[in-house]
Design a protein. Structure first.
Length: 337
């Protein structure tokens, strides 16, 4: 038998502070989003802190030997420091051996599925047997408290997945589809902070739009309509491509778990993908958009309601910041409950 990569265990972490969306803006707008509340990282919490907690929970809940980890992959857009990589710090903080690989990769909403592809490559290429895949999002540190168009959307949180090698006759992570449209990078971005626009050369300035929303050049800028139209164009095509690669029909899929933008967008996506009446995850009422965390949070949610042995063909799709998208099929039957 060959060695194939599979999702073996999952854990999540949410910071304690909770922010209610009631009172943040137009109540009709909030109701349409389907997001009632969100967890917000504390002032002294970093992306690395959230990732650490999710990994700690994973190890303890599933009795995982920390010395078995061969590689750390951390998906975050807000590392603890400009340098070094946060994954290197986590190797030490988590008490993992030094003879492992560790890296951060900067992706947003497509990041978890990209991480599965990277872990699959490491494992099926014979470079690792157990990969610790982490996501950590702290967008609210980069969204103005008075930006009532964007702030109600995003929640903070982290996830940890153990991706392991198992003996099998077929892949358990398969039919990957990737896409990138860098022409529209500024549909979701932070103008200042990288080497293009250094903070020391660009003092923070604030602006207020015609609706009274405030943001600075150090905070998240998002063209909501552009991102929504991108989603409607891209996701149906991605679904078709995954099914074509796998030579499957829509009814062959046990569950569809997509990145969670907001309830309204996901309802439209479900219709545009011709997935009405099929098992489709759409529930971020108390989480908000946790960016690269929405897919693994969705996995945990679905697994709490359906046994893993019923989930041998699950479609996972991420799409957003970049603009970037990625999808695959996952067999969840090996997950440790």
């Amino acid at each position: 038998m060959k060695k194939f990569a599979c999702i073996k265990a999952l854990a999540t972490y949410l910071p304690d502070p909770i922010e209610l969306n009631s009172g943040l803006g137009d109540e009709r707008f909030i109701s349409k989003l389907g997001i009632r509340s969100r967890h917000i990282a504390a002032d002294d919490q970093s992306a690395g802190d959230l990732a650490f907690e999710s990994a700690r929970i994973l190890f303890e809940r599933h009795d995982i030997d920390r010395q078995s980890i061969d590689f750390i992959l951390l998906c975050t857009q807000h590392p603890d420091y400009q340098m070094p990589t946060t994954a290197c710090q986590l190797q030490s903080r988590l008490g993992l051996r030094q003879s492992i690989g560790a890296l951060d990769y900067n992706l947003g909403c497509s990041g978890y599925v990209y991480g599965l592809a990277l872990a699959k490559g490491l494992i099926e290429g014979g470079l690792a047997s157990n990969v610790l895949l982490l996501t950590s999002s702290i967008y609210n540190k980069y969204i103005n408290i008075d930006d009532r168009a964007i702030r109600p959307l995003f929640g903070d949180g982290a996830t940890a997945s153990l991706i392991s090698a198992v003996d099998g006759e077929r892949p358990m992570l398969d039919a990957f589809v990737f896409g990138t449209d860098g022409d529209r990078f500024d549909s979701i971005y932070i103008p200042v902070g990288g080497s293009r626009n250094m903070p020391r050369d660009n003092p923070e300035t604030f602006e207020r739009d015609e609706h009274g929303n405030v943001h600075s050049n150090y905070e998240v800028h998002m063209d909501g309509m552009a991102v929504t139209y991108f989603t409607y164009r891209t996701v149906p095509r991605m679904v078709d491509e995954i099914l074509s690669k796998a030579q499957l029909e829509r009814d062959d899929i046990d569950h569809y778990i997509f990145h969670q933008a907001n309830r309204f967008v996901m309802e439209r996506v479900q219709k545009k993908c011709r997935l009405d009446g099929r098992p489709f995850y759409n529930d971020i009422e108390e989480l908000g958009n946790t960016v690269s965390g929405t897919v693994p949070f969705g996995l945990v949610h679905v697994l709490s309601r359906r046994p893993a042995h019923e989930l041998k063909r699950v479609m996972l799709c991420g799409f957003g910041v970049g603009l970037s998208w990625c999808g695959c099929l996952a067999d969840l039957s090996a997950i440790d409950r």
